[in-house]
Design a protein. Structure first.
Length: 330
């Protein structure tokens, strides 16, 4: 295992008293995986990542990261990991190549090797000709790729990416996805946090969902979506007075759940919604009921989170994100 954590707890001291941001997290990450860590603001994502990266100490619990004990050998952990924070790690006035070389030197990489490896990574990450450019002159996508180059320059076995594509345009995000997949293909293990559900679905071999400091779901994107009660089907009626009749027809379907109506729309969930529709539409037509439209939606990761926690993964109306406020650390 590249990461094996048991019972990780982190308590912060605040003006309002102690706050337990992470409450007994257990997690495993195998060699060569891309694992996504999902949850709303304040759920404990960044706190957990920062503990695993040795940036803050757990209040309790244990972990082995990149083959080293988190508590007994934090220096060994740091040697084996790359960490790319959400806020970036370059100085605006600094020269991009100098930042990379200086970062590598902190890991004991000889200057000549750091320069050669850095320029090779610049080519691989679509940063040609930018070695002597000031960081502040780079685009958002270029700066994010530079951050990742700095996280890779010492050839780590494990890479932590905290919200790697936040603020990037769709094309820059898609390009960065390809680079992240390339890292996995070269044998790296990647542990990333993200708020983008499509990103987690497209990139991750496995997903962990955290809420209120606890892991509430774990599995491949497809397996997690299969835990939701089927596809979502919405029937738009030409006459909303016929909604009770349609609801009765739907309720007689084997496996239909969450049947509800909202004005002229009847909605429900059912396994294999597409295969159920032909018979359902025949039954509705036999009653002389006209439909304006039919929609079938496969479960999403947001549906998974809603099922597990009772609220949306996109819900930003949470308590202040303690895990992102360094001033809250005692």
């Amino acid at each position: 295992m590249m990461i094996e954590a048991r019972g990780l707890v982190r308590t912060f001291k605040t003006k309002r008293g102690p706050v337990q941001a992470v409450q007994g997290v257990d997690l495993d990450v195998a060699d060569g995986e891309i694992v996504g860590f999902l949850g709303p603001n304040g759920a404990g994502k960044t706190t957990t990542m920062r503990m695993l990266a040795t940036l803050i100490k757990p209040t309790s619990g244990s972990a082995t990261v990149a083959g080293c004990d988190l508590a007994k050998d934090p220096v060994g952990v740091r040697r084996g990991i790359g960490y790319v924070p959400q806020s970036g790690s370059t100085l605006p006035e600094a020269i991009a190549g100098d930042e990379v070389v200086d970062h590598a030197r902190l890991y004991g990489v000889p200057k000549a090797k750091a320069s050669a490896d850095g320029q090779r990574l610049f080519e691989e990450f679509d940063l040609p000709g930018l070695w002597r450019r000031q960081c502040k002159t780079l685009s958002g996508g270029q700066r994010r790729r530079l951050d990742i180059v700095m996280g890779l320059i010492h050839d780590p076995k494990l890479i932590f990416l905290d919200e790697p594509t936040t603020g990037l345009d769709p094309q820059a995000r898609a390009n960065l996805w390809e680079h992240i997949r390339g890292l996995r293909d070269r044998g790296a293990t990647i542990f990333l946090t993200t708020h983008y559900l499509d990103e987690a679905d497209a990139l991750c071999d496995r997903i962990l969902v955290i809420d209120h400091g606890k892991i509430v779901a774990s599995g491949t994107p497809e397996n997690l979506k299969q835990q939701v009660s089927g596809d979502a089907v919405r029937l738009s009626l030409a006459d909303n007075s016929q909604a009770p009749t349609v609801m009765k027809i739907v309720q007689e379907l084997d496996g239909a759940v969450e049947v509800e109506t909202d004005a002229d729309v009847v909605g429900f969930r059912i396994q294999r919604g597409g295969s159920v529709l032909p018979g359902l539409l025949r039954s509705i037509d036999a009653q002389g009921i006209e439909l304006h439209g039919v929609e079938v939606h496969r479960p999403t990761l947001d549906d998974v989170f809603l099922t597990m926690t009772g609220r949306s993964l996109r819900d930003e109306h949470t308590a202040a994100p303690i895990d992102e406020k360094e001033e809250a650390v005692a």
